[in-house]
Structures are given as C-alpha cells and as structure tokens.
Design a protein around this ligand. Structure first.
Ligand code: ZN
Ligand code: ZN
Length: 646
C-alpha cells in the first residue's frame, strides 16, 4: 500500500500501482468525469500513470490552468497528426501549450500553408479527436528513438533526442500517430470538442535566427463548442478595444519615429485626461496625508550605485550622460525612490514626525528592446504616480490600511469591481535570501496580512514571492474581458533605508532605521490609461472623459442658440464642444457616437422656442427635452454616483 496526500491534506491509503484517475474515482464519480490531468510530487503525470510511492497528488480539471495546459498540449498532437495526414512528408518539431492555446512548429519543406487552409485542417483534426483515442505513453531507448526519427528524415527530433539521456525518453501514441513527448496529456482525444487554428507565423528552429525558419501554427481548443464561440467573441472585442486603436480614434496619444520608439506623445485630449486623473489622485492623497515633492529626471550615477539600481539597470539600460567638462556622469532616472530617500535625508526626524509620505508624479526611463515595446503598456519613458512612505514598524499596519483604502477608492471611482489581492511573503526555508532582520520581517508580514484582513480584501498569501528587500501586497484586476492586470503594488523595503542610511530619533533618544513603503495605485499613467481604454472600450466614466457633451445645431439658423447653450453648459462646468459644420444632424450624431461622447445636445426650432435642449445618450437612448439646468443636475448626479469623495 502507498499513502497519497491530497491538496486539502487528506491522506488516502491505496494499493501500489493505483492511477490518479482511480484516486479521482474513489473520491467521486463526478470528479473522475472532470479530471483531465494530474501532478504527482511536482511532476506532471498522465491520469493513467501508476503511482508507486508515497506522495502528493493534485488532480486538475478544465477549470485549472494546469488542466487547460494539458488539454491544449494534447490538442497539439491531434493537429500535428492532421497536418501529417494532409501534408505527407512534413517534419514536426515541437508543440507546447501556451497561455491561450498551443502552437506546433513545422517544417513544411517547399510547401506553405495560410489561413485559407485552416478550415480543412480543423475539420481533419476534429475528425481524429472524435475517434476518442487514448493517449498512451511508452518508454523508448535512445537508440530506438533515434532510428525512428532518422528513418523519417526528421533532423529536428533527432537533435532533440540527442540532447536527452537514455532511459528518460518517452513517446506518446494516440490513434496511428506517435510523437516524442515528456507527457502531460488528457485521457483521450474525445474530450476535445472544438478546435480553432488562429494564425501562422515564421519561427526559427530553437529561436535562433541562424537556424532554418519553420512555420508556427497557433491554435486553441475547448471541451465545448460554446466555449470556443465565446472565446472568438472575446478576441473580436479585444481587437475593438485595443488601446492603440482607441488611442488614435479618440486622439489621446501618438508616437513619432523622430522622437523615438517607446516614447509616447500625449495629445491635448490625452493630456487633459491625464491631468484629471492626476488631480483626482492628488486630492485624495492630500486627504491621506501625503506631501507632493518634485525631483529631476536625471541623477548622478553615484546615486544609483548607492541605491543598487545601477547594478540592476546600469548595463542593460540607457547609458550614462556625460557632461562636457568636469567629467560628471548622470543617469536618466529609472526609479524615483533614491531621490525621495535624499529628500528624507535633508531633514532630521524624530519618531513624532513619522510617517512622512512623499508623493510625486515622477517620470522615469527604462530601456526596453524595440521588439518588446507595445503601445502604452511597454514604453521607454513613463510617469509613475509614485509615493514613498517612511514610518516605524509599528505604523506599518495603519499605513497599509491607508494605502489599501486609497487604492480601493481609485479602483471604485474608475469602475473596476473585480479584483483580488496577493500578499507575497518570505520563503521560510531560505531565510538567507532576504535582507533585514527576521523579527522585522515577521512584524511586517503580519501587519500586511492583518491590514488585508481588516479591509475585507479577497486575498491569498504566497510564500516565497516576496522581493529580497521586503514583503508586498499586489492587486490583480480583472478587466471587462476577463483579462488580469497586476496593479497597485504596495511594497515594504528594508534595503533602501539601509543603503541611504535613513534614520529617525526614537523616544529612547537613539537613532533608528525607518521602514520604507513604495506604492503607486495607477502603476504608471501610461499603463493605467491603456488598461482604462481596454476595460471601458473608451467609454470612460463621465467625470473623466475629455468631452462630456457635444452641441449639434440642426441647421445654420440655430447656430446662435447653440452657442448660447454651449456657453451655459460651460457655466455649469460641463466639458462641451459644438459641431456647427454644415452637415446633417444624422451625420453629426454618427461621428459623435464614434468619438464616444456621452451626451449629444440637439438644438433646432422647437428647442429654441421653448429654451430647452434635446438630449441623446451615447448608444442611442433619447432623454427627451430638458432645460440646461435639469441636464446639468443629471450630469452631476451621475458623476456623484461613481466619484465619491475620499
Ligand atoms: Zn505530448
Ligand atoms: Zn519606489
């Protein structure tokens, strides 16, 4: 008999040779129906692998990431088989699962495939899947494995096998198809009900551009046709909401090759949006006891040697700037923290002065390879809504609660409702990895966990995920399309206070080291605006949107009245524009819709006579005719429903 420990701690005593699937059956038939893959003692196994020793077993279903991975990788075998049947003589290389789906790299020889071949390949793959073939792993000797692929003339698999050790090589068979594979499959192909190929791209063998270019076929699969339909809809929606596309349409930002890659240029609409976001946060921060500071965009190289950032960013980032005389060296600042440490150092503090909270919308520069740059989410210059809190260990809990309050306020005001938090703590088995003393770490971790608890956050604690210099709390935001974004990190730091020799005088009259907290609820203005665009599809909350209303006169005759209305809207502090081009009202409405302006104010004969306005909501709702006062009340009510005061 062997002892199998399950993730909930339960121990099952089973006969040696029992498979994960049999363990699942012994728990419940329902579970067994859903189990598609398993892990035994940190190794991925098949659901039919006999277990021969004591150990920990995790069973995965489609709802686990690991389950999806096995599902998608297994589908790659089926697609490879379909390709081989449709294009005899091609050479298969590797076919792993990726974050969303899988790919297979194939040498098509003289042939090539394109998207128009997809339906035929999908059809063939699905036919194979419907055969409900079991995935069967078998061990092969290195010699046999090599001769199998040499016979096929597949130099890629031969190369892979040559790098493997004899005795560790396995093949996976299903139907009449065999592939070199480490394992990690679903029980049989019948579970795969929907297969979709998504794209083809070139990919060098082993990622090396000196090697032959292969064809990478991307695809995804699902246990239900309905899930594929939903996924494709989501892809469509994501394309429509791509922040690079919306940023152009709404005239928020642009890039110029002349200015340089990864350096966003904010257009007037975008700058106004940023300004409002900044004002919004500044106002809340002021109430939360922060003080604004301003620091330059560069600093002496020595500053970053002291902070340790030079060691981290120096070689791989923008190179030092040299002065013409005096041989000075400066760096573009990759972080604001060192500057803020020196602000702290400019004044002696006693325990009664703490906490000190310095905030700055500080622009930083980090080199990213051009291939890594992406819209506003990966850039080379960006502005952090940065702040550093210097406090005592005893104050950590209150400070964390404050920052959590501020972050939740930001998220709620901007329409994010779905989020979780992660507290990252030490790996207790490797205490040497961390700087600072154990007692402080324990207190800090406890302070964060109880702050998360007291604030009612939905959080998990991940051990071993802390940085070497301190524990932290991250927010994970789910956007409207269900994608996760990490945001609003609150990081404790024992490292910089030591490196900058920061002190305060305690009640015992001795000098003590303060704890430092880094935090940025938005992260950066660039990434946050990208997230907001993709989350809202450009329909920003009313308090934030650049143009809240547009006045559309029905004809030239009503232009005067339209101007009067515009004026009156402005007096009510409504951000409005007028469209008095000589176009039909229908056309003006369509264009205002595309610009996602929340309210269209239509004025003509009737409105002018009754001194009212006709209001149409973005998306088509007709709000009827109102006085400007009544409309202004409506706008204020809506703003107050999302933008509470902090
Ligand atoms: Zn496989
Ligand atoms: Zn910092």
């Amino acid at each position: 008999m062997i002892k199998i420990t399950l993730p909930d701690g339960a121990v099952k005593e089973v006969e040696k040779g029992t498979t994960p699937m049999e363990v699942a059956k012994s728990i419940s038939e329902g579970l067994a129906r859903n189990v598609i893959s398993a892990k035994f003692n940190d190794t991925v196994v098949e659901t039919v692998t006999p277990l021969t020793s004591d150990g920990t077993l995790t069973l995965y279903t489609w709802s686990n990431d690991e389950g999806k991975k096995a599902f998608w990788h297994s589908t790659s075998h089926v697609v490879a088989q379909a390709l081989e049947e449709l294009y005899p003589g091609i050479k298969l290389t590797i076919g792993p699962a990726i974050e969303n789906g899988f790919y297979y790299d194939v040498d098509f020889g003289d042939r090539s495939i394109s998207e128009k071949d997809f339906p035929q390949i999908e059809k063939k793959a699905l036919e194979i899947a419907r055969g409900k073939h079991d995935y069967k792993m078998r061990s092969v000797s290195k010699a046999d494995a090599l001769s199998y692929y040499k016979e096929q003339g597949n130099e890629y698999k031969v190369e892979l096998i040559e790098n493997l050790e004899d005795g560790t090589i396995t093949f996976c068979d299903h139907s009449s198809f065999t592939d070199l594979c480490r394992g990690g499959h679903i029980p049989n192909t019948g579970i795969i009900k929907a297969i979709k190929l998504l794209s083809v791209a070139g990919a060098y063998w082993r990622g090396d551009e000196n090697n032959k270019q292969l064809t990478r076929v991307y695809g995804i699969s699902f246990p239900k046709q309905k899930e594929l339909t939903e996924y494709l809809h989501l892809l469509e929606e994501a394309k429509k909401r791509d922040h690079r596309k919306l940023g152009k349409e709404l005239e928020l930002f642009t890039f110029s090759q002349k200015v340089g890659q990864g350096l966003p240029l904010w257009l007037p609409n975008g700058a106004a949006l940023r300004e409002r976001l900044e004002q919004f946060l500044k106002k809340a921060q002021k109430k939360a006891g922060y003080e604004m500071v301003v620091t330059p965009h560069i600093g002496q190289k020595e500053l970053y040697v002291t902070s340790g950032h030079y060691a981290k960013y120096g070689e791989d980032s923008f190179q030092p700037i040299h002065t013409p005389k005096e041989d000075e060296e400066f760096l573009l600042k990759p972080m604001n923290c060192p500057h803020h440490c020196e602000i702290y150092n400019s004044h002696p503090f006693s325990y009664k002065d703490l906490p000190k909270r310095y905030a700055e919308f500080g622009t930083v520069y980090r080199y990213e390879q051009s291939g890594e740059l992406h819209g506003l989410t990966r850039v080379r210059g960006f502005t952090q809504d940065d702040a550093h809190i210097f406090c005592t260990t005893e104050q950590l809990n209150d400070e964390f609660k404050n920052v959590i309050d501020l972050t939740l306020y930001v998220l709620n005001s901007l329409g994010f409702e779905d989020f979780t938090a992660q507290v990252s703590v030490r790996d207790l088995e490797n205490p040497d990895k961390y700087i600072g003393n154990t007692d402080d770490w324990e207190k800090a971790e406890q302070a964060i966990i109880s702050a998360a608890e007291e604030k009612g956050l939905n959080y998990v604690v991940e051990s071993g995920e802390a940085a070497f210099y301190g524990p932290k709390l991250d927010f994970m935001i789910k956007d409207a399309l269900g994608r996760n974004w990490q945001l609003g990190t609150i990081q404790v730091d024992y490292n910089l206070p030591k490196r900058f020799d920061l002190t305060y005088k305690g009640s015992d009259n001795e000098l003590h080291r303060p704890v430092m907290i880094h935090r940025a609820p938005f992260g950066s203005m660039e990434r946050f605006v990208a997230l907001l665009l993709e989350h809202t599809g450009g329909n920003f909350p009313l308090w934030l949107i650049p143009t809240q209303a547009i006045v559309l006169p029905v004809s030239e005759k009503h232009e005067k009245y339209a101007e009067k209305v515009l004026n009156s809207l402005e007096n009510h502090e409504i951000r409005a524009l007028i469209d008095n081009r000589n176009e039909t009202v229908g056309k003006k409405i369509r264009e205002a819709e595309l610009k996602k302006i929340p309210f269209m104010i239509i004025v003509g004969e009737q409105e002018e006579e009754s001194a009212t306005i006709s209001v149409r909501r973005h998306g088509g709702d007709d709000l009827g005719s109102l006085s400007v006062d009544a409309f202004s009340d409506l706008v204020t009510t809506e703003i107050n429903s999302t933008l509470k005061s902090f």
